[in-house]
Design a protein. Structure first.
Length: 221
């Protein structure tokens, strides 16, 4: 059976949750502008799982109208009642590189106590590659949540701002192995400065094999 706008809309209008999700997933098989029009009302659906699925689809379908997509994502970022929907909105903003929303991401980061939202925002700033995010990312290194802190280490590497090097190198002594591992990855983006080389020499002897081998490869390269 071929996928048509009518067949997709029928699934989305179903009272069965599984059918509705199936319909949302099938939107990728329709012309992008048609799918976008069908998807938009679902961003305010009563069912949070439907809203989450709809927001996630904007990562590809939103390219049909980036200005409208930014408007819709800002609305979900600020106003959705579910944390994971807000986090998904931040993820998609990053994925689409909607740097116009930098101010919104910064505002929400400092106004929420939800680590999932904060982590998504920090990851998005890395995808932006925008130097405006440096101060916020540096601040996130002090987060009490290890996942937010780990995301900040990665995003500072992606930003490729040399100011990050003195902030990151002390993390070679962090007890969380995932932070040490991300540190090696970030150094690979930032460049092996003399200071970074000394840190890599320490990490090359790390008890965690993945960290040690990655540091050794950078030193050899």
């Amino acid at each position: 059976m071929s996928i048509t706008p009518e067949s997709v809309q029928q699934l989305i209008n179903s009272e069965n949750f599984g059918d509705r999700i199936k319909g949302i997933n099938q939107l990728r098989h329709l012309p992008r502008d048609v799918s976008f029009a069908i998807l938009e009302p679902l961003l305010k659906d009563e069912n949070a799982r439907i809203r989450y699925a709809a927001v996630s689809q904007l990562d590809t379908l939103g390219q049909s109208d980036l200005n409208k997509t930014l408007e819709l994502l800002r609305d979900r970022l600020y106003n959705d009642s579910e944390v994971d929907v807000q986090a998904a909105a931040a993820d998609v903003i990053g994925g689409l590189k909607l740097t116009e929303a930098y101010g919104d991401l910064e505002k929400v980061y400092y106004s929420t106590s939800e680590w999932l939202i904060q982590m998504s925002i920090i990851a998005s700033l890395g995808e932006f590659g925008d130097s405006r995010g440096f101060t916020l990312l540096a601040d996130a290194l002090n987060s009490d949540n290890p996942l937010v802190k780990t995301a900040a280490v990665s995003s500072l590497g992606e930003l490729k701002d040399p100011r990050a090097i003195p902030l990151l190198l002390p993390l070679a002594q962090d007890p969380d192995w995932q932070i040490r591992y991300r540190l090696v990855q970030s150094i690979s983006h930032l460049g092996v400065t003399p200071e970074a080389r000394s840190t890599l020499e320490v990490l090359a002897k790390d008890a965690v094999e993945a960290i040690a081998s990655s540091a050794q490869q950078l030193l050899q390269g």
